[in-house]
Ligand binder design. Structure first.
Ligand SMILES: Nc1ncnc2c1ncn2[C@@H]1O[C@H](COP(=O)(O)OP(=O)(O)OP(=O)(O)O)[C@@H](O)[C@H]1O
Length: 258
């Protein structure tokens, strides 16, 4: 099976007028169709840098990044990006915000707009279509951001801490909704998170990075019975806490290396 994402020996150096810092050092990664992969690791280990390279927002200093077998040269509609902040425009209604990607890619035909409306319904937002972002809660706004990302039907979703600004209960509900929606639609996803429990609950694989320089320290495969459960239930299953602690211990010893 061809990978959706393939990174070959990615190295990235940030250069300022005063110094150069090695953010990623010779990193290889493959993500296969339908996989949900989380990137975890200490602050500054290069998670966002890696996501920006896959998204085509940042050219790596060295190495090759490929998405669907094509060298990444800039953002493409095949890749959707969702961030911690929802970046909804306050002067646009929820429907207008959700369909902005279609406008930007010239696809505001009836079929695409109807799809956006049905995505809003799937997210329980049909009654909010004509409201404005400031009338919605944080969790609802993030659901709108998800619809906006899905409306252009990208095969790959890059999620940079999309749940971290939410209260605990909303975060759990949204983790559940997003991971179920992406699995059901057979999307491939790469999630950056600081929350190990979230990573184990939603992913097929958890990739632990170490910092200075950013490298893959270890990849953990989530056992099948946890993967198949919805995130909320997964936390209750045998093996969940063991894997959480295994990743935690490895992260602690990665920290001691510095
Ligand atoms: N624009 C930039 N200019 C210079 N250095 C940068 C820049 N962006 C990131 N860095 C540095 O590169 C390294 C990796 O940063 P990055 O933001 O990718 O890490 P991260 O794992 O996402 O961090 P966090 O978990 O805190 O969000 C860090 O040492 C950071 O200080």
């Amino acid at each position: 099976m061809e990978p959706v994402v393939e990174l070959q020996q990615i190295t990235h150096v940030y250069v300022s007028d005063r110094e150069a810092s090695l953010a990623l050092d010779g990193l290889d990664l493959k993500v296969y169709p339908g996989e949900f992969v989380s990137l975890v690791g200490p602050s500054g280990c290069g998670k966002t840098t890696l996501l920006s390279i896959i998204a085509g927002l940042l050219q790596p200093t060295k190495g090759g990044a490929f998405v669907y077998g094509k060298k990444v040269q800039g953002p493409t509609p095949e890749v959707g990006y969702m961030l911690q902040q929802d970046y909804l425009f306050p002067w646009r209604t929820i429907f207008e915000n959700a369909s902005i990607g279609l406008e930007l890619t010239g696809r505001t035909d009836e079929r695409h707009l109807a799809r956006t409306l049905s995505l809003l319904e799937e997210m329980g937002l049909e009654a909010a279509a004509n409201l404005y972002p400031q009338q919605l809660s944080g969790g609802m706004r993030q659901r709108v951001a998800l619809v906006r990302t899905l409306s252009t039907d990208p095969g790959l979703l890059l999620l940079d801490e999309p749940f971290s600004a939410l209260d605990y209960q909303t975060k759990l509900q949204l983790e559940d909704l997003i991971s179920e929606t992406l699995r059901e639609k057979n999307k491939t996803a790469v999630l950056v998170t600081h929350d190990l429990s979230e990573a184990v609950a939603v992913s097929d694989k958890v990739i632990l990075l170490e910092s200075h320089p950013g490298r893959i320290r270890k990849t953990f495969t989530v056992p099948e019975h946890i993967r198949l459960a919805r995130p909320l239930m997964a936390r209750e299953l045998s093996g969940f806490n063991e894997l959480f602690h295994e990743i935690w211990r490895e992260m602690e010893s990665a920290g001691e290396k510095e």
